[in-house]
Design a protein around this ligand. Sequence first.
Ligand code: PFF
Length: 480
Amino acid sequence: MESPREQWSGKLGFILAASGSAVGLGNLWKFPYITWNNEGGAFVLVYLLCIVAIGAPVMMSEILVGRRSRRSPVEAFKTLGHPRWSFVGWLGVIAGVVILAFYAVIAGWSLRSFVQCVGWSVDGYEAPPEAAFGAFLADGGTQVGLGALFLGATALVVARGVSGGIERATRILMPVLFAIMIYLVVNVMFLDGFVEALVFLFRPNFSGLSGHAVLEALGHAFFTLSLGMGGMLTYGSYLRRQDSIPRIAMTVAALDTLIALVACVIMFGIIFSVPSLRATMESARSTGEGVSTVGMLFVTLPNLFYTKMPGGAVVGPLFYVLVAFAALSSTISLLEVVVASVSERLSMARGRATVVASAVVFGLSCGCALSLGANEWASSVRLFGGLERLNTLVTGGKTGFLSIFDHVAANWLLPLGGLALTIYAGWVMPAADTQDELDGVGDDGEVRRGYVVWRICARFVAPAAIGWIVVQVLLGGDFS
Ligand code: PFF
C-alpha cells in the first residue's frame, strides 16, 4: 500500500516554504538592476500589474493542480486523467535542473562576499583591486567548490523530506531573512538617499517605459514567483485540504513583491547617498549599456557598506547572510521538484533520489562554474555549434553554459511551462474541480466573484500575455 503523502504542518508552513522559494536572487539581484535600467516608477507599476493579473492567477493554477492530484509534476496530469499533459511536468523537471545548475553557482558568490565582509569587519576595510571580482569568477576550483557547497546544503535539507527538512529549514531561514531585511532598511532610513530611493521607485514616469520593459516585467514576474516549472505545483501537492489556495497564493505573491521593493529601497538608498556613484550609474543607463548585473550586488555594495554606511561593519556580513538564506530557500524548491518527480516516477526512496538528482545537477553546474572564464571551451560554447540562426533563436546568441542556461530557462522553459499550465487549469480541468479547489462557490451556491476573476485571468489574460512573450522571444526578444 502507498504510504500517505507528506503534508505541511499548516498554512504557515506552506507560506514560509513557498515564499522561501519565491524570494531569492531574483528579488535581491535581478529586480533591483532591471528596475534601475528601466527607470523605476512606471516599470514598478507595470511589474505590480503583472504580479496581480498574471503571476497570482498562474500561481493559484499551479497550486491547485498540485493539491488536486497530490502528485509530483510528472505524475500529476496522469492522475487527473490527462496523461498527454505530462510533458508540462517534464518541462518543469528540466527547468528545475537547468535553473538549479546556474543558480547554485551565483548563490555561491554570496558565501565569498560573506567571508570577505567578515574579514573587513575584523581587520578593517581595504578596497580590493578592480580586477578582483573577475579573477574570482575565473577561478574554476573556487566556483565549482562554492556551487557544490550550496548544492550540498540544499540536498541535505531536501533529503530530510517535506516537514522534517523543507518546512523546518524555511521556518528558520525566512524569519531570519525578514529580520535582517528590517534591520537593513531601518539603517538605510538614516541615509540621505532614502527619500530619493522611494521617489525613484514610486513616482511613475511613463516616458521612460519601453515595450521591452513590459516584456521584462512579465518575464521577471514568472521567475520571481517560481512559476512555470512545477515548484508551486509540487509544494501545492503537500497542502492540506482545508487551506485556502487564493488566500495563500496572494500572501506569497505579496511577500515576494514586498521583499523585492525593500531590496530596491536598501540598494538605491545607499547608492543615491553617493552622488558620484549615482552619476556613473545614470550614465551607464543612458548609454544603453545598463548597470552590470553582478557588479551592483557583489562589487559596488560591499564597497559602500564599508565606506559610506555607518554601522557597515555589521550590515555588510548580515547582508550576505540574507542573500545566502534567500538563495538557499529557493534552491531547496528547485531540487524538490526534481527529487519528488524522480522518486515518484521511479519509486525510489527520497534519500536516493536526492543523491541521483544532485549528482546530475552538480555535473551541469560544473559546466556553469567553469564558464565564467576558467575554461575556454565552457565559456565560449554555443548550444548549436556553428548553426548561427538556431543559436540566435534559442539562446539569443549567448555563449558559455551559465548564460545559455539562464537565457533558455527565463525565455523559454518558464514561459512555456506557465502557458501550458494555465491553459490546462483554465480550459482542460473541469470547472467543478477548479471551483472546488479555489473555494469558488459560496455557501449560498453562487459562484464567487473572485473565482470568476481567476477564471478570466487563467483562460484569457495569462495565456494571451505569456503567448505574447513567446512571440517576442521568437522575434528575437531577450529578457534573461
Ligand atoms: N524565485 C526565485 C528567485 O526569485 O530567485 C528563483 C526560482 C526559484 C525560480 C525556484 C524558479 C523556481 F522554481
